[in-house]
Design a protein around this ligand. Sequence first.
Ligand code: FES
Length: 177
Amino acid sequence: MSQDNIQFPEPLLQEVARQIAKFPEGKQKSALLSVLHLAQAHFGYLSEPVMDYVARLLHILPIEVYEVATFYSMYDTQPVGKVKLEVCRTGPCMIEGAEKIVSYIENKLGIKDGETTADGIFTLKTVECLGACGYAPMLQAGEKFHEHLTEAKVDELIEQYRKNPVANYLGLENHGA
Ligand code: FES
């Protein structure tokens, strides 16, 4: 997805209006998290021009968007791969072997935490608790949670995403790097 032409298509503009309408008049800023998700899924990542566009849509200051987009790990302000493997690194997942899983992925893909493979398919990112502690260790890829991870399961899911590098979010394809 090109970052040059920053404009949502009509269906996404309608979705933005729907998100804004969930909040009282004048509180359109409350739709920011949802609109950032839409923008990230549509444009691939939240570049400065994309964040400025979101600010214009919500009639807020660009800095208000930057603050939120850089605070939460689910938002990417740099290009990422088509499939973002977000491995939980919080306590319960750590106890169940998250560190080993991260090392295994790093070695298998030849990238470090925060990096993207040369073919632009995978980005590895370690994140805080994703709310699936009972299924540790786990990772999120788009809308999917992959739980009770083992090296064999990681092999399988990497193989699967390599063949079909699509990890949708909100029903939108992540266009990636
Ligand atoms: S600690 Fe990993 S999902 Fe909660």
